[in-house]
Design a protein around this ligand. Sequence first.
Ligand code: 5U1
Length: 691
Amino acid sequence: MTRVTRSHQQRAAELRRQLEEHNHRYYVLDAPSIPDAEYDRLFRELQALEAQHPELASADSPTQRVGGVALAAFAPVRHRLPMQSLNNCFSAEELDEFDRRVREGLGIEEAEYVAEPKLDGLAVSLVYERGCFVQGATRGDGETGEDITANLRTIRQIPLAFRESGNSVPELFEVRGEVYLPHKGFEKMNAEAAARGEKVFVNPRNAAAGSLRQLDPKMTASRPLAFYAYQHGFHRGWTPPRTHADVLAQLRAWGLPVSTLIETVRGAAGCLDYYRRMQARRAKLPFDIDGVVYKLNDLAGREELGSVSRAPRWAVAHKFPAEEAVTVLENIEFQVSRTGALNPVARLKPVFVGGANVSNATLHNMDEVARKDVRIGDTVVVRRAGDVIPEIKEVLPDRRPPHARHVQVPAHCPVCGARVEREADDVNPRCTNGMSCPAQLLGALLHFVQRRAMDIDGLGEKLLAQLIEQGLVRTPADIYKLGVEQLAGLERMGEKSAANVVAGIEKSKDTRLERFLYALGVPSVGEATARDLARHFGTLEELIGAAARDAAGEGDDSIKAKDRYAELRKVPDVGPVVAAHICHFFTEPQNLEAIQALRDAGIRWPAPKAAAGGALSGKTFVITGTLPGLGRDEASALIESHGGKVSGSVSSKTDYLLAGEAAGSKLAKAEKLGVAVIDLAGLREMLGGSG
Ligand code: 5U1
């Protein structure tokens, strides 16, 4: 090894610059300017130089795309700003509705939109620190994703460093976009898998998802994944331009791939025209798209409109119609869900539709079966849209055979034999056996152990079914009594696997309150509501206390319907129906016993930090206008770090409007609703002079 000299450093820098440039031309612009052999020669020269002088190594060198060792698991990453989802529209009328809401919300005659293809891939977040790619994550539940940095680095279209340097590069910048698998890559990957005698992927989306979730980045590197950037996320040290189109131009200038199919259009008519043109081009595109996305171009207008229920009001996905196929319905069976509902499921003669083999389709409920007059033996149209569960669209009555027959709801549960009942206001007949029904128990346990709930590694459906069958698990708390000796005796379980499962169970005891609440399976409480409950109440005791107080008012006829469940309804996004479910769940003695048993088993979570005890705990803020010296993201982070919640729009649940200069319609609405309006100084005062 020779001593590294200035000329070595210069040569390494020059090689990296050239390689990045060729990479960009090849992968992003699709316009290579040198032959592959020449690229390989430059690459090998850099590799040799770095091997000779390890001091020259740099994480953003093109030689370092596939590096590091295989991981044991992906670490969680909390997104600095939630990764929202999009509302969908399926018709020109729904598009008009969306456009009308945007125009009315902003008080304008015509809105300008950026129209983009909606790729059928996986949303990811890429964080660049001073222009260097430092962290990549999956969307996860929108608030917390998984750290897949090493895998994303292997995607050649993702620049390891921005193409610009100096003052124009932000201190911190988050790019959002979609990882997808082009058709060619998908075919190549499946041909290779078939040649090895392995299972092939059914569609590019599944193949892309599987590739990104490889613990060994070398595996991901071997998959021909691609990426398109479509949005900015959190940023520091960057002043956003006026429009989304300008943001996209900036992303392109930094070297990120942005779809060339993106256009700026005017009004709903411009959107619809774009939709029709994309629909016509869809079959010829080199990748799957399942619709188009329209986003308000004006960024200030977006701030005004805000979000509702975790989706922005300023954007919408216009989905292409679902794909359909005709097949024969061979049987209707009833599946018992974790809530005891007997859901009719159509067993079909297998048919390929919407990129997947389909042999089961949902029939939703018996009202739907009656409405569509579905009978066993019928020829039916099956519809499948994207990753949505396939459904029976309609029956073809002309093709009904004479032996076609109606299906009856069984009087007894097909799994446990208990009585089935249907209450007057319920669309579903239900098994009346609660957790004593193995199907309900299995459903509840599968929900309980899933990754986003208690996250117990190794406890899959087959193992849980065996544990139930052998009577080893009758309640979720029984899971925590399992030992290696009991598990090792089960089918396909050695000592080592059993020890791994026990370790997974033990590890799951350290959790977070929101995960525990979600794991309990309270009717109509999904992950987002569980999180809101945990944030609002801070402790389980507070939540149970509020449920008890709300329940006490239930029998009081002097309380009007709209005032019922007042405490639970203080939680953002919790309305009367959800509040009633929460109230009933947390006052039912059996549920409280089950919760106590779990806590006795050792399940614990950290005491609430600022989130509950902070100066702003339980208060909901909306931010509007320009705040002196503080970006909106920073203001949101400040409020949240003191336990407050930031919402996108003013409603009767808003406690404070934090208003800066040039506050617009939100200020007027707050004044109309009597919401307290404060400025930045007022916020700082509430924080006791801190922040
Ligand atoms: N093209 C495109 N797809 N897509 C998906 N834009 C886009 N924006 C998204 C999502 C989820 O989210 C917005 C909320 C920024």
